[in-house]
Design a protein around this ligand. Structure first.
Ligand code: ZN
Length: 169
């Protein structure tokens, strides 16, 4: 049977998706097994602050958990694990009303400060150079909760950004 062959290759089937909901296309991409689609959907979820979309995705957390569970612990899936683990973290944070979304910055390496500033999520308060000269820093303040964040440019094959909380004034 084709079904059982597929399951041997790629884990148990995903739960059925409800069509026509705000998160349906994103969830389908997360469960597609295609890393390009998965990564794009994960980035959309990481960047959005749209409550209706996040509410819908959070309701369908079991689907994301099942999509994550299809990947074995094999290190060949490290990129899929990283993106899906972050999606799970954000949706649980949203579901549990765990506080301002800026608290997720340290947990996803693609939060680009320029984009967060342009989106109005943070404002720039100072720029500098990281300790030892390893990258530029941008100090920002969250426009929602007032937390301070230092964002440092990093590079490893591709640019990424490290966010750390500034001491409370
Ligand atoms: Zn905040």
């Amino acid at each position: 049977m084709i079904g059982s062959l597929f399951e041997r290759l790629f884990g148990p089937p995903l739960p059925p998706l409800q069509e026509g909901r705000p998160g349906t296309a994103l969830l389908r991409a997360l469960g597609s097994g295609d890393y390009g689609l998965l990564r794009t959907a994960a980035a959309t979820i990481a960047l959005t602050r749209e409550a209706a979309l996040l509410d819908d995705l959070a309701l369908q957390l079991p689907y994301v958990e099942a999509a994550r569970a299809r990947y074995t612990t094999d290190s060949q899936w490290i990129r899929e694990h990283y993106e899906l683990d972050f999606v799970l973290r954000k949706l649980r944070h949203w579901r549990d009303h765990d506080g301002c979304l800026c608290q997720l910055y340290p947990h996803w390496m693609h939060y680009e400060p320029g984009r967060e500033i342009a989106s109005g999520h943070v404002v720039l308060i100072a720029t500098g150079v990281a300790e030892g000269g390893w990258g530029d820093t941008q100090d920002t303040t969250c426009t929602v909760c007032g937390r301070g964040w230092r964002c440092t440019d990093r590079e490893y094959h591709a640019p990424w950004w490290e966010w750390s909380a500034l001491p409370q004034p």
